[in-house]
Design a protein around this ligand. Structure first.
Ligand code: ATP
Ligand code: PMV
Length: 497
């Protein structure tokens, strides 16, 4: 059976939380190695109505079925109760399917028809907290798409953006399967999938966020400037006929998605070469929407203080992006010198990196300076985010997170810096390190696991984000990816095993 498989990465908003909600500011978003996959297959025959079956086989009893019917310019999805299923609705799945089918219908005027579709959605293990192995405290089972003894309602998510990666891969897979879109070779097809996914994700969430998560699911790591919310004006509040929805979402026709004043902007971003971003899930959890609403209220009520803090933070974020880019250029110019500086920094805690000025050749001081700058800037961003949180009355970097980050930074060797991703709070931690070997990362992860005042679980090595490195470059698939048939067969085996 011919299957279409489209996958998308998860996200980590390294810098720019809250600021990125405004088009005046950017967010630095990294795509994770962990990905979300949607498999679509269809029966050859088309009908006058169709059944879509969606299975999330990682979970217990998660299956949804829809009877799809259509008239001239409308699609209707009727949920069919699946015996034994844990829930009869999944608004993210349903909204993504309806949006995708509407644009397919509009793109196929006249003789539109739909075959039955079988859809499977699976995420890499790190999207969800895995049970700890009793002996080691490690969460890795070694099995791809490990089965969880949980339903979607009870599972604990790790903050990698399961809903955005899922919606984007689902929309992408349906559009590739039914419309033969070719996002690998056609930029306009990729934009089309992006726009439909932003629409579906905002509709399912009941709000328009900045969209950085869907954007990184499509484009991979980048510096993100959000789309103007006007792109979705009136599209979310009423159910538009398929042709109208298509003309609002398809680019290249003078829509707001393409105009410079309103379109999203994506600029390249890569971690410095030979570095690694490690992630941890914090069990306490925070309620992001209420944090966002409090910060926005503070911005409205204290405009002068807010704008001063935001400008300062925005320049630090921009500076960090420049430092990363500078280090990437240094690596390209002289990879050996760069690697030898990194080797020296791996043996020291970052507070002692400046001592290396005496041991490293003067010709390489620029590279050393780049790393010292990266460490100082991440530290300044953390302080500035924490201060913004204190001013707004929101625990963006709560003291418990400050303690663990400071402790790792000083006690582990080679740590550039860390932070609380995205909206912050008690959800997650990141640490960027030049210590890329498993042994040195183990030192950091042991500290996380042993931390007593909060339950901190390192995500598995599969969720790490690496800076470019010749040995890994081919292994990285950035952004949305359509898998070839050989990949599909392997991925399918992983689901079945
Ligand atoms: N494997 C899956 N199959 C089907 N639906 C899923 C799956 N994973 C996530 N979802 C959908 O995404 C929703 C979670 O979205 P929500 O916005 O609450 O989390 P999120 O912010 O994306 O999560 P994260 O903590 O990963 O950033 C679930 O309720 C479900 O509808
Ligand atoms: C606070 C915000 O800027 C980032 C939220 O990020 P996260 O979901 O905590 O990773 C909201 C947004 O950009 O939509």
């Amino acid at each position: 059976m011919q299957r279409t498989v489209v996958s998308c990465p998860g996200k980590v908003l390294l810098a720019g939380g809250y600021l990125v909600l405004d088009r005046a500011h950017q967010g630095l978003v990294l795509a994770t190695t962990s990905r979300f996959y949607t498999f679509v297959s269809s029966t050859a025959a088309a009908h006058s109505s169709a059944t879509i079956t969606v299975t999330a086989s990682q979970f217990e009893r998660e299956q949804w079925q829809y009877a799809v019917s259509w008239s001239d310019d409308h699609i209707s999805l009727q949920g069919i109760a699946v015996q034994g299923a844990s829930s009869d609705r999944n608004s993210f799945v349903e909204t993504a399917i309806r949006a995708a089918l509407q644009v397919v219908q509009a793109d196929r005027p006249g003789n539109w028809s739909l075959p039955d579709l079988q859809i499977h959605i699976v995420g890499d293990n790190d999207f969800y907290s895995q049970p700890r192995q009793a002996s080691s405290g490690s969460t890795s089972t070694g099995k791809k798409f490990a089965k969880l003894k949980e339903t979607l309602r009870t599972v604990h998510k790790t903050g990698l953006g399961s809903s955005a990666a899922m919606v984007t891969s689902l929309v992408g897979a349906i559009l590739v399967h039914l419309l033969q879109l070719d996002p690998t070779n056609s930029l306009s097809d990729k934009h089309y999938i992006h726009n439909v996914a932003q629409y579906a994700h905002s509709l399912a969430q009941g709000k328009i966020g900045s969209g950085f998560d869907v954007s990184s699911a499509v484009w991979g790591s980048h510096i993100y400037t959000r789309f103007d919310p006007a792109c979705l004006d009136n599209v979310l509040s009423e159910r538009l006929p398929s042709t109208q929805l298509r003309s609002r979402l398809k680019g290249g026709q003078g829509t707001l998605w393409d105009a410079p004043e309103t379109c999203a902007r994506v600029r390249p971003l890569a971690l410095p070469p030979l570095t690694c971003l490690c992630l941890a899930d914090v069990d306490t959890g925070s309620h992001t929407p209420s944090m966002v609403s409090k910060v926005l209220t503070w911005m409205r009520e204290s405009p002068e203080e807010a704008s001063e803090r935001i400008e300062q933070l925005d320049s630090l974020n921009e500076y960090l992006a420049n430092v990363f880019s500078h280090l990437n250029e240094s690596y390209e110019r002289s990879p050996r010198a760069y690697a030898s500086v990194v080797a020296a920094l791996r043996r020291l805690s970052s507070s002692r990196w400046h001592e290396s000025y005496t041991t490293i050749s003067a010709a390489d001081h620029d590279i050393l300076g780049g790393f010292i700058d990266a460490a100082a800037t991440t530290k300044a961003i953390r302080a500035s985010m924490k201060a913004m949180g204190q001013a707004a009355g929101v625990p963006i970097e709560p003291q418990e997170q400050t303690d663990i980050l400071d402790s790792c930074q000083t006690q582990c060797l080679g740590m550039i810096g860390g932070g609380v991703p995205g909206a912050g709070g008690y959800d997650a931690l990141w640490m960027l390190t030049v210590a890329t070997s498993d042994d040195s990362i183990a030192q950091l992860e042991a500290q996380w696991t042993a931390w007593r005042s909060m339950s901190v679980r390192p995500l598995s090595s599969a969720a790490r984000v690496y800076g470019p490195d010749q040995s890994r470059i081919d292994a990285v698939k950035e952004g949305l990816h359509v898998h070839d048939q050989q990949d599909v067969a392997q991925l399918w085996q992983a689901i079945l095993s």
